[in-house]
Design a protein around this ligand. Structure first.
Ligand SMILES: Cc1ncc(COP(=O)(O)O)c(C=O)c1O
Length: 402
């Protein structure tokens, strides 16, 4: 990987002072993705599936080509890929369509405290409406999901397991394949939140054998406003749409209507066309570099930074054994929002807060954390700059009596 060449693809990095360590929230965008959006709007920026004219055929072809690209990216089939607004709407779709229509008060839903709000709140809603019981998988002492702990909550009543592939706070990779195998033995379906996995690791839905899997475009070099839900064909076939309107319907009568097959019955209205094309370009970009190379490089940056951070006094790190490029930490006695303001002064962008995952923040028994997350455009020099800024922040806040 030639990092300097990669950096040249990201127009925002023309500002050489910028250190962007907030990819877990949203990645930067390369020119190839920006150009694809531009191409759509300049050359064939019309609606899909509707117009019987050449431009609309081109737009439709490009949109469906992006779907094929996504399908091949995770080893799914074309019909199993639904375009959504983001990972959140994809995960909500599973809960509202599958959950509300298949669960009853006698059933159980396994969730974890590592989940992002978008993978726990939809199931809380299902639980409140259907009476199905939410069961929390106990995390181990490091905050990880283990198979033994999973087995301790898996019962004949389990109907759904909602689990994150990679935690957005701890950076741990969950043992998805084993979870799926055990869940299937009990007849339960597994919904995987892959928002933090898709940008960094190769996903193969056939190998994982998961039933649903969701991710967002904007965390993997793609545009905002586009996400993906993968669902197994046989499940999508039985699931009802949750939004109704144009393009998702077949025949419409006064008091009744019928729906197209998946994925279209779940994509009502004008879809995010430019965004889907941009996601296709992002996938090309990632595949060109290779997910394995990306993961390896992030780990290099993370290991380098973690080692240096550990040497600084008064730094509390919450995920010392993280599996990905995410470091969650605090400067002892300093509120993360104060620290983040200090880093911003050095043009270092990071995240402070509960990261939309309050359950794990409560599990850690802290108010909030600082989170640094690394990606392909970061450099060792930036890691040094970041570590130096952390030291200076610590010294500054100590000197003013924190
Ligand atoms: C693990 C995880 N799941 C889901 C989401 C939600 O993604 P989006 O905001 O793109 O819908 C995020 C975003 O931070 C995330 O980190």
């Amino acid at each position: 990987m030639d990092i300097n060449n990669i950096r040249k693809d990201f127009p925002i990095l023309e500002d050489k002072t910028l250190v962007y360590l907030d990819t877990a929230a949203s990645s930067l965008k390369p020119i190839q993705v920006i150009d694809k959006l531009d191409e759509y709007y300049k050359k064939y920026g019309v609606n899909v599936h509707r117009g019987v004219y050449n431009l609309s055929f081109i737009a439709t072809e490009q949109y469906e080509k992006a779907r094929r690209k996504v399908a091949s990216f995770i080893n799914a089939t074309f019909e199993e890929i639904i375009f959504t607004r983001g990972a959140s709407s994809a995960l909500n779709l599973v809960a509202s369509s599958y959950g509300l229509n298949n669960l009853t008060k006698d059933d159980e839903i396994i969730v974890t405290e590592l989940e992002h709000h978008s993978h726990v709140l939809p199931w809380q809603n299902v639980s409140n409406i259907t009476g199905a019981k939410l069961v929390y998988l106990p995390l181990d002492e490091e905050g990880r999901i283990t198979i033994d702990n999973f087995k301790s909550v898996l019962t004949d009543k389990t109907k759904v397991v909602a689990v994150t592939h990679v935690s957005n706070v701890m950076g741990y990779i969950s043992p998805i394949k084993e979870i799926v195998k055990l869940a299937h033995e009990k007849g339960a379906v597994v919904s995987v939140d892959a928002a933090q996995a898709a940008p960094h690791t190769k996903i193969d839905v056939i190998d994982l054998d998961c039933d649903f899997l969701a991710f967002s475009g904007h965390k993997m070099l793609g545009p905002t406003g586009i996400g993906v839900l993968f669902g197994k064909k046989n499940l999508l076939k039985e699931m009802p749409p949750i939004e109704f309107g144009g393009d998702m319907n077949d025949n419409v009568d006064k008091f009744d209507a019928s729906w197209k097959d998946a994925p279209y019955k779940f994509e009502t209205g004008t879809p995010p066309i430019a965004e889907a094309l941009g996601l296709g370009a992002a996938i090309d970009y990632l595949e060109n570099i290779g997910l394995e190379n990306i993961h390896k490089y992030e780990i290099e940056l993370k290991d380098y930074t973690m080692k240096k951070l550990k040497e600084i006094e008064d730094i509390e790190i919450y995920n010392l054994t993280t599996d990905t490029g995410i470091i969650s930490f605090n400067i002892k006695g300093v509120h993360p929002h104060d620290a983040i303001t200090y880093f911003d002064g050095d043009n270092i962008c990071m995240r402070a807060g509960h990261h939309c995952a309050q359950l794990v923040i409560k599990w850690l028994e802290v108010l909030a954390t600082l989170r640094a997350s690394f990606y392909i455009y970061n450099t060792i020099e930036e890691c040094d700059k970041f570590v130096s800024s952390v030291k200076q922040a610590r010294d500054f806040f100590k000197s003013v009596g924190f």
